[in-house]
Each structure stands twice: as C-alpha cells, then as structure tokens.
Design a protein around this ligand. Structure first.
Ligand code: GRF
Length: 212
C-alpha cells in the first residue's frame, strides 16, 4: 500500500475530503507550514500524525524546503499531496519529487494560475470555471493535468458562492486522482505527460448558461 504525506497551510477541507474518501493508501502524516492551520486539529481527530514547520523560522526558501524535505523523508512517502499548501516550492524540491508531488488548483488550468482565481474569473465574465489536479513541476500551476472539474458560473455568483461550488468539486476530484495514483492507474511519463491506464471516459458537455 502506498504511503502519502499531505501538506497544508490552512483549514484543510481538501485534506479532510481525502481522509474521508477511505483511499487505498496509508496517510502517513499531515505537515503544515503554519501552527494555526485549522486542518491540523482535523487530522488529529483522524489519528494522523501531524508536524508543523514554520516557514518564518527559516532565512530563505532553500533552507525551508530542505528542512521540509527532511521531515517528509522521515515518513518515506510514495506520494506528496499539496492540499492548500500556500508556499511556492523551490525548483530543487520540486525536481526531487517529480512524479510524486501533486497539487489542486481552484481554476481550469491553464486559465487563472496564481491567486484570486474566482475573483478574476468573475471579473472576466467566464461562464465556466472549475478546478484542476496536476503533477507539480517547477513552473507554477503548470504541470501535467490529471483531472479537472468544470462548474457553471451563475448569474448572481459572488466570490464566495463560486468558490463554494468549485470547492465541492475539488473534494471529489482530488480523492479520485489520489485513488488512481495509489492503484497505479496513472503515471507521469518521462516526457512529462500523464499516462492513463483506465478506460472510462465521459462525453457529456457542460453548457453555461443552458441552451433552453
Ligand atoms: C483550495 O481552494 C485549493 O484549491 C487552494 O487552496 C484552497 C485550500 O482549501 N489551493 P482547503 O485548505 O483545502 O480547505
């Protein structure tokens, strides 16, 4: 059974969804770069070991990432899952974990990489928004895409309603992506493409606003 380490910075709702999904893996630890991350208490209620490594205690990104990698390595994980981990990781760190490091991003990448994705989507008036799970590569929010979920942007949406709708999908697709990886159904090829070993596909389209 594969071992997974989850990195968080905040409330940890994606982490909780992963824990609740009863995936075929062992969650070895939850690590936060903030002592006040709400997700730490949630992880403890599931009996998952937790660690805190405050980025503020380190003079630069390299030294923080080295210390973070040392903690991660003490759990010998097969997969490292960024679940609302709000630190940009160094190229050295990302390269070390290439193919074993995944992230969830609240937009349909490659649109809206970076922060404030929901506000920017509303500002642009897009009708369809969503979320993406991808392998992490040195370029921010740019790695090979594993799975995406699209949601409609509704007439009266504000950032909160839109974020809530996207978050519900994040909770579904992140667990699915981890399940696939843990069951060896997908992998990252040497050329940087996601190879799928499962066959099910969905041909439905989402039209927003609806056609009628
Ligand atoms: C999520 O929207 C995730 O996509 C983004 O940060 C948020 C974290 O939320 N990277 P949570 O901590 O998982 O509740």
């Amino acid at each position: 059974m594969k071992k997974v380490v989850i990195l968080i910075s905040g409330r940890g709702s994606n982490m909780q969804a992963i824990l609740e999904a009863k995936l075929p893996c062992s969650i070895a630890a939850v690590i936060s770069n903030r002592a006040d991350a709400g997700g730490l208490a949630i992880a403890k209620t599931y009996g998952i070991p937790t660690e805190v490594i405050e980025h503020r205690d380190y003079p630069d990104r390299d030294s923080f990432d080295n210390a973070l990698a040392n903690i991660i390595e003490s759990y010998q994980p097969d997969l490292v899952v960024l679940a609302g981990f709000m630190r940009i990781l160094t190229t050295r760190f990302v390269t070390h974990y290439l193919g074993r490091l995944i992230n969830i991003h609240p937009s349909l990448l490659p649109s809206y990489s970076g922060l404030n994705t929901h506000g920017r989507a509303l500002e642009d008036g897009v009708r369809i928004h969503g979320c993406t799970v991808h392998f992490v590569t040195p370029k921010l929010d740019n790695g090979p895409i594993i799975i995406q979920a699209a949601v409609p942007v509704l007439r009266d949406d504000d950032e909160k309603t839109l974020a809530d709708r996207v978050l519900r999908e994040e909770h579904r697709i992140y667990a699915q992506a981890i399940r696939w990886i843990c069951q060896n159904q997908i992998e990252l090829s040497e050329k940087g493409k996601v190879i799928f070993h499962y066959r099910k596909q969905c041909g439905y389209s989402l039209v927003s606003p609806s056609l009628d």
